[in-house]
Design a protein around this ligand. Structure first.
Ligand SMILES: Cc1cc2nc3c(=O)[nH]c(=O)nc-3n(C[C@H](O)[C@H](O)[C@H](O)COP(=O)(O)OP(=O)(O)OC[C@H]3O[C@@H](n4cnc5c(N)ncnc54)[C@H](O)[C@@H]3O)c2cc1C
Length: 289
C-alpha cells in the first residue's frame, strides 16, 4: 500500500512509494474496488464475503484505504454488482438471456423464490438467502434450442442435466421432485395469462425435455468507494475538496446507488471511463489555468 505526501493544509503533493516519494501536481486514483479484500468485504458487505469474486486479484481496496488516511469520505460501501448464475472459478456463467427468454430459478425444495427477471440484483438477493447461496436454473426444449450457443457447452460437460419429466430432472439435480413438478405445473398454467405471485407472466409453457443446472451467486464488483464530486475530486465528510486528489472507477462511488439493485449493464465501466475522463479533464484544465 502507498501513502500520500501532503502539505500542511491537506493538499496532496505526491505519492510515497517503497522507492521514495513521487511528487505530483495532481494524483488520480484508479486502483479499482475491494472485491478481493476479505477484510473490507467482511466490514462492509458480509453477505458476499464468502462468495466467489471472478474479478482482478488486485481489487484490494488500496486506493480507498489511502483516501481514508487523508480524511476522505466513503459512500455506498455496501453496494455491489452481484451475478446470479455463476458456475464456478474459471468457468463461463449462464447468460441472463436464459432467464429473460423464460427460464426460472428454484430452491432445493423445487420452489421459485423471486421474479427472476429482476436481474441481476433482485434475483441474486434471493439466491443469497438460500442454503449455500446457490439455486437451480430450470429451462426446457424451446429455450435450449433458442440459445444453444450459451447452453451446449454446459450440456456436453454434464453440468446442465436433461430429463423427460420435471420429476426425473429434480432427481438428477438432487432437489425435491414434488416441489419442482408443482412449480412447472403452476408456471405452465400461467403462461401467456400471468402474472404469477411474483408479478411475472411466463411467456410459454415448458415442454419436455427439461433442463436444469446448479448456479451460485457471485460478486462481480463493489460499487461504493471514495466520495467524489462530478469532477472526480475526492471529498471529505463535510463536503470540502481534498486539493489535488481525484478518483475514478471502482475506487470511487459508482452510479448505482446503495444496495445491489441499482446496477444497470455498463455501470461499472461507466464509472471507470466516465469519471476517469472527467477527473483527467479537470486536473489538466486546472494545471493550465
Ligand atoms: C466477470 C465480471 C463481469 C463484469 N461485467 C461487467 C459489465 O458487463 N459491465 C460493467 O460495466 N462492469 C462489469 N464488471 C465490472 C467492471 O469490470 C469493473 O467495474 C471495472 O473493471 C472497474 O475498473 P477500474 O479501472 O476501476 O478497476 P480495475 O479494472 O479493477 O483496475 C484497477 C487496477 O489497479 C490495480 N491496483 C490496485 N491496487 C494497486 C496498488 N496499490 N498499486 C498498484 N496497482 C494497484 C489493480 O491490480 C488493477 O489492475 C464486471 C466484472 C467482472 C469481474
Amino acid at each position: 500500500m502507498l501513502d500520500f505526501q501532503q502539505a500542511d493544509d491537506g493538499t496532496v503533493t505526491g505519492v510515497a512509494t517503497e522507492s521514495g516519494v513521487i511528487p505530483a501536481a495532481k494524483v488520480i486514483l484508479a486502483s479499482g474496488g475491494f472485491g478481493a479484500s476479505q477484510e473490507l468485504l467482511t466490514q462492509y458487505i458480509p453477505a458476499v464475503a464468502d462468495v466467489h469474486f471472478p474479478g482482478h486479484h488486485g481489487s484490494t481496496g488500496d486506493g480507498i484505504k489511502m483516501g481514508l488516511t487523508v480524511g476522505a469520505a466513503v459512500e455506498n460501501m455496501a453496494s455491489f454488482q452481484p451475478y446470479p448464475a455463476h458456475i464456478g472459478p474459471g468457468m463461463r456463467s449462464v447468460s441472463p438471456e436464459v432467464i429473460m427468454a423464460g427460464g426460472i430459478m428454484v430452491d432445493p425444495q423445487g420452489k421459485r423464490f423471486v421474479d427472476e427477471t429482476r436481474y441481476p440484483g433482485g434475483l441474486s438477493n434471493g439466491i443469497l438467502q438460500l442454503p449455500d447461496k446457490q439455486a437451480y436454473e430450470i429451462l426446457d426444449k424451446r429455450l435450449y434450442e433458442l440459445l444453444p450457443h450459451y447452453l451446449e457447452e454446459f450440456f456436453t460437460s454434464g453440468l446442465l442435466r436433461q430429463a423427460l419429466t420435471s420429476w426425473d430432472l429434480a432427481g438428477k439435480l438432487g432437489i425435491d421432485a414434488e416441489g419442482l413438478e408443482q412449480t412447472v405445473e403452476d408456471y405452465n398454467g400461467l403462461a401467456g395469462v400471468g402474472p404469477d405471485r411474483f408479478g411475472r407472466t411466463p411467456p410459454e409453457p415448458f415442454k419436455a425435455p427439461y433442463y436444469g443446472i446448479r448456479v451460485k451467486a457471485a460478486l462481480y464488483h463493489t460499487q461504493g468507494g471514495l466520495k467524489v464530486n462530478t469532477d472526480g475530486q475526492v471529498l471529505r465528510a463535510d463536503g470540502s475538496i481534498i486539493p489535488n486528489l481525484y478518483a475514478g472507477g471502482g475506487v470511487a462511488t459508482g452510479v448505482s446507488g446503495a444496495g445491489m439493485e441499482g446496477y444497470l449493464p455498463g455501470n461499472g465501466q461507466l464509472a471507470s471511463l466516465g469519471l476517469g475522463m472527467l477527473a483527467a479533464e479537470h486536473a489538466a484544465a486546472s494545471l493550465m489555468a
